[in-house]
Write a protein that binds this ligand. Structure first.
Ligand code: CTP
Length: 402
């Protein structure tokens, strides 16, 4: 996929610049032609010679000069680039890009480029959390830049928090998804459900689950990027809906059932990433329950199984994808669920594994196909995983169409 592609790797002045060397090496091994552009501060951390040796290609540092052999290096590089990756992207570089400054080679060339740009912010956790940085990132995202969120953990400066540049393997996954055909879901109607439903007990309390909604929101965003017309039916989450997606907010399983059924007949693909409560309190108290006895018994009744119902109603032209969060006997449970709910694909995760399941940015899943195939995917970022799931959806749909 990356063979022969011309990629510019912009390296700016943060300690994570040493990880950019590993990224340059991985890209080169994958067959990409990697020209590195370094800011002045980046050269305080790593020598240009390191990158030149790893890539076997020129390293550019000057806005004026003839490093490209052309008269205007930033225009020449911007015209040829198929992708620009800025890793690490410091707070200063993000601020410059968010406001259109062009005072060095990297900022000028990003301004002049028409190819996709992937930014990998990395900095001290307090800097990353600062409203100025967050508002610049929001602005950059709205302008169409792709952003890889930094990891949490112990940072080089000794502070604990979010700000660490993800491993080069994770950034490589993002790069690969950007090279996928962006239009392979053009004209396809995709409905995604996300989040954990809330089942009220009384006016102030409810029963819910640990779902963050991140997987469903990533799927909605990825489908939109690939040209689909996306409807996202979302139970409560703390996430911002992806741009260009129609969002229907619901709270309970029954509201989600209602909204999904209203949309279902016009959809080509339905992906049920939501964690739907199987039971709800039988009686919702009109007034707040007061504490009186030592024990309190809540009687619960079954909620409709939305996915099961969709499996009954679906036509051969509709693709139905379900999720399963399992804690034991993952394969047997997943296959049983796939058949019982009449699904085309089941995405099963073992929520007991570190890095998998609720609330995390990553997941480890197995894909179970209707035809019996099973594909195990490694630990990956939910945004990258969303694209891998959609790759399978595209493959399944090409069989229906063909
Ligand atoms: N699901 C649904 N409606 C429900 C419960 C679940 O649509 N009332 C969907 C979820 O969105 C998910 C899939 O069913 O795509 C699997 O949910 P899960 O809770 O793992 O499975 P269950 O069918 O509830 O089976 P079990 O109780 O054995 O875990």
């Amino acid at each position: 996929m990356l063979s022969g592609r011309f990629i510019i790797l912009g390296v700016t002045g943060g300690i994570a610049a040493y990880k950019a060397a590993e990224l340059a090496s991985a890209l080169t091994r994958a067959g990409a032609l990697v020209d590195v552009v370094m800011t002045k501060a980046a050269q305080e951390f790593v020598q240009p010679l390191t990158f030149a040796t790893l890539t076997g290609r020129p390293v550019h540092t000057e806005l004026f000069g003839s490093s490209t052999g052309g008269i205007i290096p930033h225009i020449e590089l911007a015209t040829r680039a198929e992708l620009i990756v800025v890793a690490p992207a410091t707070a200063n570089t993000l601020a410059k890009l968010a406001h259109g400054h062009a005072d060095d080679l990297l900022s000028s060339l990003v301004l002049a480029a028409t190819c996709p740009v992937l930014l990998c912010p990395a900095m001290n956790a307090y800097m990353y959390a600062h409203p100025a940085v967050q508002s610049n990132l929001k602005r950059l995202s709205e302008m169409g830049y792709h952003i890889v969120e930094p990891d949490s953990g112990r940072l080089a400066c000794g502070v604990e928090g979010r700000g660490r540049m993800p491993d080069p393997g994770v950034i490589m996954e993002h790069i690969k998804t950007l090279f996928l055909s962006p239009g392979d879901l053009r004209g396809v109607k995709v409905l995604v459900t996300a989040g954990g439903t809330r089942e009220p007990i009384d006016p102030v309390r409810y029963i819910s689950n640990r779902s963050s909604g991140k997987m469903g929101y990533a799927l909605a965003a990825a489908a939109g990027m690939r040209g689909a017309q996306v409807t996202l039916i979302s139970a409560p989450t703390s996430l911002d809906p992806p741009p260009g997606v129609e969002v229907v907010f619901v709270e309970t399983a029954r509201q989600m059932y209602q909204a999904v059924m209203e949309h279902f007949s016009t959809q080509d693909v339905v992906i049920k990433a939501a964690a739907v409560a199987d039971y709800r309190p039988k009686i919702i108290e009109g007034k707040k329950i007061k504490k009186r006895e030592d024990t309190l018994i809540l009687e619960l009744e079954r909620n409709p199984d939305i996915l099961f119902e969709l499996g009954q109603r679906k036509t051969p032209y509709q693709t139905l994808v379900g999720f399963a969060a399992e804690t034991d006997d993952i394969e047997a449970n997943a296959l049983e669920k796939l058949r019982r709910k009449n699904l085309d694909l089941l995405v099963a995760n073992d929520v007991t594994q570190p890095g998998a399941g609720f609330g995390t940015d990553t997941n480890i899943v197995k894909l179970f196909y209707r035809d019996g195939r099973i594909k195990s995917l490694p630990l990956m970022d939910k945004k990258a995983l969303a694209h891998r799931i959609l790759d399978v959806v595209v493959e399944l749909r090409s069989r229906v169409d063909g």
